[in-house]
Design a protein around this ligand. Structure first.
Ligand code: ARG
Length: 577
């Protein structure tokens, strides 16, 4: 049940009945303070201004048409024309009861599912995945899971970079190793080292550099031997990515890989079509699109270059082909791109040009979901202690190790096997959650101590809270799933918890709509805090049967909500830690 949506509909209907235009929004929000009720409708002021009437008078009229008696015990006008809504305790109790009856916690699938194409992770295969890929991979996956949960049809697209001049150098190095009878798969076990070695040859050895360039040409003209070599490289590199996905618990698989090279045959068509539409212009031998939208204050336009002087195509050309494919073959209603904020201009240009060229339907949404950089404590992009880029797989191994040490200290009696498992879950969850809980658009500092802390908005705190709440039900010693009795809201703390539980769907929907998992993280953190306050004030297991059964249901709901919420974020829970 999404209370916000329900109230929006009701208030809006009342506003229209009171003379407001159909399009006037009711602007229902959760209230910031208890004295303003549980929800506030703030739309009246805007409409009153538009209609040039007194907002309080308009609000009074709206109330005459607003019947919320089924769910609210009080509706009042405050200040210049806010409408404060106070939910009924009995209604909250019955909502909690309803939540209990469904595994989906009463969140219905959307009535009109959309086809949502999500471009995420998308590393370059020439190198190892590094910390910079964490954000796209983890945030993208949380949004994908949430969209699927809500009933949308999601198409994952891992737009990996598997093409470009750097592959000439890598293939030349593979050739050399082969000639020296070195085991290639061994050499490729660490792509970072491999890349560096190849680069050194390229820089220091003129003959090697010539061969590397030859191989680029051979690759592009479809030379079979060269393609076989390239295939081998790509395959190994993708296997490395998949190991990282598995460690991370990310739902990307081989079938979701739609590499840059897949669009090669279509790139000329893209250019021809732009040409036919009169959108192209030559500039210093390159084919470019100049769009007024991208002029700076001096009127200079940053062009989109779609073909280089020598005939080569670019990153942008591939992205234009990808837009067409996503529209026409995948049938996208929405396309979401989880890509670094530094590529914002690129995407704005691709989107604008795709519309001008008719590559997408008018109603199709193209949305860049930019994210900030992971920083080190020195305020620069995060590096390893030795100053290199931090390999994602190394980072995840370290996280598990650190978490293991922490948990082992707290639980000296636990078996080694259980400790390892808890270390794995907590370590991975900590890295993911630290990323997911930050506002996507800002940079954040990567800090082991804060992400592994048991206090604050962290994975260890939430996982621990979950295991504690879940254990209460077990300790009750009754079959809680069969509890028939009602949920009665009598105390302030029960009420606060009930309201919070009813707001889960709102948090879930904001992840799907805005691609911002940190809203859900903040919600879960607040929920855990609200529960702790409730648990301190309202004893459960020692209370009389009626009260005990009612409170147990609140506790169970909290556990289910935490678990479902974390699973939408792609985070495993533990029954014991
Ligand atoms: N491979 C690119 C990079 O590492 C990201 C690709 C993002 N997706 C896209 N359609 N351009 O920067």
């Amino acid at each position: 049940m999404n209370i916000q949506t329900l109230l929006n509909q009701r208030v809006q209907a009342a506003m229209v009945a009171a003379g407001a235009p159909e399009t006037a929004p009711a602007v229902v929000r959760q209230s910031a303070k208890v004295q303003f009720g549980d929800y506030q409708a703030n739309g009246v002021m805007g409409v009153a201004k538009q209609l040039k009437t007194n907002p309080r008078e308009l609000a009074t009229k709206v109330l005459e048409h607003l019947d919320l008696s089924d769910l609210a015990e009080k509706v009042e006008i405050a200040g210049p024309g806010f409408i404060n809504i106070f939910l009924k305790d009995t209604w909250l109790g019955s909502e909690i009861k309803a939540l209990r009856s469904s595994e989906r916690l009463h969140i219905e699938e959307v009535a009109a599912p959309e086809t949502v194409v999500v471009d995420y992770s998308s590393p370059n295969l020439a190198k190892e995945m590094h910390v910079g890929h964490l954000r796209s991979t983890v945030i993208g996956d949380a949004v994908v899971r949430t969209l699927e949960f809500l009933g949308h049809s999601v198409v994952r697209q891992n737009h990996v970079g598997d093409w470009g001049t750097q592959f000439g150098m890598l293939l030349a190095y593979m050739e050399r190793l082969r000639a020296e009878q070195t085991e290639i798969s061994m050499a490729l076990s660490d792509l970072e080292t491999f890349y560096r070695a190849a680069k050194t040859c390229f820089d220091d050895d003129a003959e090697f550099a010539v061969r590397a360039r030859e191989l680029v040409v051979a690759l592009q003209s479809g030379d079979e031997e060269c393609l076989a070599l390239w295939d081998e490289f790509i395959n190994i590199s993708l296997t490395h990515c998949e190991e990282t996905y598995q460690m991370l618990g990310v739902s990307l698989e081989r079938q979701h890989v739609m590499p840059e090279s897949a669009y090669n045959d279509d790139l000329q068509n893209v250019v021809t079509e732009l040409e036919e539409q009169g959108l192209l212009q030559e500039s210093a031998g390159a084919k470019c699109v100049f769009m007024e939208e991208f002029a700076n204050k001096d009127g200079e336009i940053t062009p989109v270059i779609v073909q280089k002087t020598g005939g080569g195509f670019l990153y942008a050309t591939t992205d234009l082909a990808a837009v067409r494919f996503r529209q026409h073959t995948l049938g996208a209603d929405r396309v979401l791109y989880f890509v670094d904020a530094r590529q914002s201009l690129h995407f704005q240009q691709i989107f604008t040009l795709s519309r001008k060229a008719g590559f997408v339907k008018e109603q199709t949404m193209l949305e860049h979901m930019p994210f900030g950089t992971v920083m080190g404590s020195d305020g620069k992009p995060f590096k390893t202690r030795s100053g290199g880029v931090a390999k994602l797989s190394d980072l995840l191994t370290e996280a598990q190790q650190r978490a293991y040490t922490l948990v082992a200290e707290k639980n000296p009696d636990m078996s080694e096997e259980e400790l390892r498992n808890i270390g794995r879950v907590v370590g991975i969850a900590s890295v993911k959650y630290a990323d997911l809980s930050k506002n996507r658009t800002s940079d954040y500092v990567f800090n082991w101590d804060s992400m592994l802390s048991f206090e604050g908005n962290t994975a260890p705190y939430l996982l621990y809270a979950y295991s504690r709440v879940a254990s209460i039900a077990k300790r009750a010693g009754i079959d809680v799933s069969a509890l028939e009795s009602g949920v009665n809201i009598n105390t302030e703390q029960e009420r606060a918890l009930a309201v919070k539980l009813c707001q889960f769907e709102e948090a879930v929907q904001s992840v799907a709509n805005d691609g911002m998992p940190h809203f859900l993280c903040a919600y879960l953190y607040e929920l855990a805090g609200t529960f702790m306050t409730f648990y301190e004030a309202c004893p459960i297991l020692n209370a009389e049967d009626d009260i005990k059964n009612s409170r147990l249901q609140l506790a169970l709901n909290t556990a289910s909500t935490l678990q479902l919420g974390l699973s939408l974020l792609g985070i495993e829970t533990l029954e014991r830690m």
